[in-house]
Design a protein around this ligand. Sequence first.
Ligand SMILES: Cc1cc2nc3c(=O)[nH]c(=O)nc-3n(C[C@H](O)[C@H](O)[C@H](O)COP(=O)(O)OP(=O)(O)OC[C@H]3O[C@@H](n4cnc5c(N)ncnc54)[C@H](O)[C@@H]3O)c2cc1C
Length: 372
Amino acid sequence: MPGTAVVIGGGIGGLGAAIGLQRKGWRVTVLERAAEFRPVGAGLVLQANGLRCLDALGLGATVRERGRRDVSAGTRTSAGRWLAHIGAGELERLLGTPAIGIHRAVLHDILLGALPAETVLTGATVESVTADGAVTWHGPDGPGRAQADLVVAADGIHSTARTALFSAVPEPRRIGVTAWRGVTPVWAGDLDVAVSWAPGAEFGMVPLTDGRVYWYGAVNSDQSAGDVRSHFSAWHDPIPALIASTETVLTDELACLDTPLTSYVRGRVALLGDAAHAMTPHLGQGANQALEDAVVLAALADQPQGLREYDRQRRPRSQRVAQASRTVGRFGQQLRNPAAVAARNALMRLTPPRFALRSMARFAGWQPPSLD
Ligand SMILES: Cc1cc2nc3c(=O)[nH]c(=O)nc-3n(C[C@H](O)[C@H](O)[C@H](O)COP(=O)(O)OP(=O)(O)OC[C@H]3O[C@@H](n4cnc5c(N)ncnc54)[C@H](O)[C@@H]3O)c2cc1C
């Protein structure tokens, strides 16, 4: 029987879980530390698996309307030479649904709009969580406390709940990569969804639906001195111009949970999203995996042994994706040795596009359970 649920964290994973649980009849409260949800200056690629989760949450049509379907895509060198190219619509033909480029603020708005306003308490920082479902926080009206049948810990890579309940887990580890992200103003002209590589560096661009372009750049941290403009000034067009037109640039030192957890569940508490399996962004799957967690948890949480089954279904898959993301980063953006880079590039040029497509579809082909 669905009862009361407290969701810690109002990111993509936490809001997704809250929507799914409400659909299943749970009485949900989301506690979010930030005093308000500010438009974050970055985009996101929702892959077929994430988009199908949004379908299960009843939001797929809205997201497709407000996001940009995939255009042609591939991998290039920093001089602009194609190493691998996939035509527009090919992934959609293979998977039955497109990938979508979307501004994070737009996705966040859609998720928030699906919840009654009183569900989400902002400015509420969770201070303690116990395995029997007791949660305390400091909120806008002072200290708060709840006893829940289910606690969803979706509080991100530096999760308070994980630290409290899974004390043997090492802290997230920096992987030695500095990343920048930005969104341009409206951009004239068509763009491919392209990732470009130089030794130890990567730049990616994703057109958004309203004519803006989301981009990210990453370099190995030992060569990251200087600002993002100086790193990519000699890269192919339109990379320098995309960066130059961007007002707000976010900078991150990339980190991940390098040591996989041996369980995502303690008593009534389930870890979800980055709190459970923070991964590197090289596969573009972190938020997509958080949405998978959200839908599976909502489908199972009211069943006998539901949390155990959530752990059984989600841990192996999300940890496989995290591991693959790390490997893609090592052989892609992080690779520096000139001979290894040349061999990799030659291999990519020789690989038929259908193999590249299949490897992209490997994780994106996942199907969520129904919440009806
Ligand atoms: C450079 C970069 C590019 C990326 N690109 C992609 C991509 O293209 N596709 C993709 O799928 N993923 C991508 N990701 C990964 C993705 O951003 C994350 O995996 C995803 O946002 C995780 O969502 P979450 O809800 O688990 O955590 P978060 O988004 O971190 O949300 C956690 C929330 O919990 C709140 N919180 C924290 N502590 C507390 C507390 N004590 N009390 C109350 N609230 C608290 C925080 O304020 C926050 O709102 C990228 C990541 C990076 C760094």
